[in-house]
Design a protein around this ligand. Structure first.
Ligand SMILES: Cc1cc2nc3c(=O)[nH]c(=O)nc-3n(C[C@H](O)[C@H](O)[C@H](O)COP(=O)(O)O)c2cc1C
Length: 324
């Protein structure tokens, strides 16, 4: 199992983020944003699932509660080359709740087990689950344990546990990622009681904490830290044999942006993963300003030849950070 997973995050872990992140982190397991079965079965499959093969391995996270719909989507994921399928049992948003998916499924272990079992029977890639330690009044250790046992019996390969509970009635999604306290002790206790491998998630923001948790868990999942300070997080791969110098990674990414623009992708979306790149370094603000003005400039001059985008990147103060 990969020791480090980069969490599924709506609005962040889209294919462009993953393309860039893979180059900084050759050895992490990357996840898609959550894709609902409805969006896949009634929407544009290629737009939701297509990705660059160099991002691999990537896990497709599905949101759903109907075993047969999940089976169809898991098969699509497998056909598109995803390495694993992960079922979302942790998202607390009200829209997701209305659809009967995400965190509210934690209250129905048997239903989640049927979903897992159906997908395990239908695809040859591993099927996993991401959940919380509790949801509303379903927050005893016994419930968590029974939930994990049920999905293990159904063939779940490992479970990712966000070490805080979710309050579906009282808190919005952002509050549900900050207000309920982190309870690593509960997840640690779970690992000692169950044979199912447990991946720890939640609140890990520095290398010391990551290394400490890796002594107790086979793997950890990092969310916000990887988005807010990608290079700081990726430092641990600086000496990896396939990690190219940052300047070359950026040149490659700009060429990727150029190619993606010709497929009709939006520039602001393509530049989003670069925004936080030099987090905490002097000049980080002027870097973000330059990126924004690049987007503005490109919008104004849309229709120019694509090579002009590469030309435009010369306006970015890259040398200040990495070449100087
Ligand atoms: C903006 C944002 C979007 C998220 N979207 C998803 C999602 O699509 N699926 C999911 O399972 N979790 C989602 N999460 C939760 C993260 O995967 C992770 O469990 C949570 O942020 C805790 O980990 P962290 O403290 O390392 O950030 C999201 C989190 C954030 C901040």
């Amino acid at each position: 199992m990969h020791q480090i997973h980069i969490a599924p995050m709506m609005g962040y872990t889209h294919r462009h983020f993953r393309y860039l992140m893979r180059r900084f982190c050759p050895e992490v397991l990357l996840y898609s944003e959550m894709v609902t079965t409805g969006a896949l079965l009634h929407g544009d499959v290629k737009r939701h699932l297509d990705f660059d093969t160099t991002e691999a391995p990537v896990v497709l996270q599905l949101g759903g509660h109907d075993p047969q719909s999940l089976v169809r989507c898991a098969r699509l994921g497998q056909d598109y080359g995803y390495a694993q399928i992960n079922l979302n049992v942790g998202c607390p948003s009200s829209r997701v709740q209305e659809g009967g998916i995400g965190a509210c499924l934690f209250k129905s272990p048997q239903l989640v087990a049927s979903c897992v079992q159906a997908m395990v029977d239908a695809v040859s890639i591993p099927v996993t689950v991401k959940c919380r330690i509790g949801v509303d009044d379903h927050d005893t250790f016994e419930h968590l344990f029974n939930f994990c046992e049920a999905i293990q019996r159904a063939g779940c390969r490992f479970v990712v546990v966000h070490a805080r509970k979710a309050w579906l009635g009282g808190l919005n999604p952002k509050q549900n990622r900050t207000v309920p306290p982190l309870r690593y002790d509960i997840v640690e206790h779970l690992t000692t009681k169950i044979g199912l491998p447990v991946v720890l998630n939640g609140g890990i923001q520095c290398h010391e904490a990551l290394d400490k948790h890796l002594q107790l868990f086979p793997a950890v999942m990092i969310g916000r830290w990887a988005c807010s300070d990608p290079l700081g997080f990726a430092q641990r791969f600086d000496q990896h044999p396939s990690r190219l110098p940052t300047a070359r990674i950026l040149d490659d990414y700009f060429a990727y942006v150029d190619r993606s623009l010709s497929r009709g992708e939006r520039l602001s979306f393509l530049l989003q993963p670069l925004q936080a790149l030099f987090h905490g370094q002097p000049g980080a603000r002027s870097w973000r300003k330059s990126l924004n003005s690049l987007t503005h400039h490109a919008n104004v001059s849309s229709g120019r030849s694509l090579s002009s985008f590469i030309e435009m990147t010369k306006r970015l103060p890259i040398d200040q950070f990495i070449r100087g």
